[in-house]
Design a protein. Structure first.
Length: 272
């Protein structure tokens, strides 16, 4: 009997937190996968959609899922369906402190964090020096719920729920080196730091030097991620990792749609 995953081409199931927009990389990736003989379906568990039976799915690719919805990917994995970015890796990233401890144990350069329970503790910690403050468990959005400053610069009342972690502010040139990992490929964008100028959607591509490329790949592999956004600042002592995200948007990243297509097609075993 023919394998239902291969008789009409392998099926890559994209389990997404919201419908893919026309401005995202997904339409181009889906079209490129079709040219490679890979069928694509989208599942939106936040909207109550259920995935197809595991025996029909060759690979799961997921992005932007709330913690409860990650169970869809876990159930498919339990049935033997491989996933791009294993769920345990994504769950690790939901806790800033656990993530930074993992990176530090691997010998990667991260600021030393301190965990505190209350906003009063945060203000006390920032009395003598500028600190970066994050919610210990990631909340809304990527890059949200992060502030920097001395006690007098920070709001007197909690701007987001605790507990918190605080860490020294790394002096830098005001630019984040946003390093985008897809498998063993790394591309980069320069963006103004959101701690300096607020959130910016677009960035300027730059040629990633070999040391930053190695750092980005080491961070992704330490976190067991196939698709990762690695944020780096250049401090007085060299590059410092300030955040890692699973499956960033890749907006404006040169070559990202083709690289993601190649990764998915290679995982399901199609030829170029």
């Amino acid at each position: 009997m023919a394998d239902p995953r291969t008789d009409r081409g392998p099926l890559a199931l994209f389990v997404l937190g919201k419908p893919p927009s026309s401005s995202s990389i997904f339409p181009e990736v889906f079209a490129l996968l079709g040219h490679r003989g890979v069928r694509v379906e989208v599942c939106l568990p936040h909207d109550g959609q259920a995935p197809p039976p595991p025996e029909q799915v060759s690979l799961v690719v997921h992005r932007g899922l709330r913690p409860g919805a990650l169970g869809v990917v876990e159930d498919l994995a339990a049935a033997g369906v491989p996933a791009v970015d294993p769920v345990p890796a994504v769950r690790l990233l939901q806790r800033h402190q656990r993530l930074e401890e993992r990176l530090a144990r691997a010998g990667l350069p991260v600021p030393r964090s301190r965990s505190v329970l209350t906003w009063a503790d945060v203000l006390a910690d920032a009395r003598e020096e500028q600190r970066v403050v994050k919610r210990r468990r990631r909340g809304r959005g990527r890059g949200a719920e992060v502030l920097a400053g001395r006690a007098g610069d920070l709001p007197p009342e909690p701007p987001f729920p605790g507990p918190y972690i605080t860490q020294p502010f790394v002096p830098n040139d005001g630019l984040d080196r946003k390093l985008y990992v897809i498998g063993d490929r790394v591309a980069g964008l320069l963006k103004p730091s959101p701690l300096v100028g607020g959130h910016v959607e677009t960035g300027r591509p730059f040629q990633v030097p070999a040391p930053l490329e190695a750092l980005a790949l080491a961070a992704a592999r330490t976190c067991r991620l196939d698709l990762a956004g690695v944020d780096v600042v250049l401090g007085p002592a060299g590059p410092v990792l300030v955040d890692v995200n699973a499956f960033p948007g890749y907006r404006g990243v040169p070559g990202a749609p083709q690289a993601l297509t190649d990764l998915v097609a290679d995982r399901v075993g199609t030829s170029r």
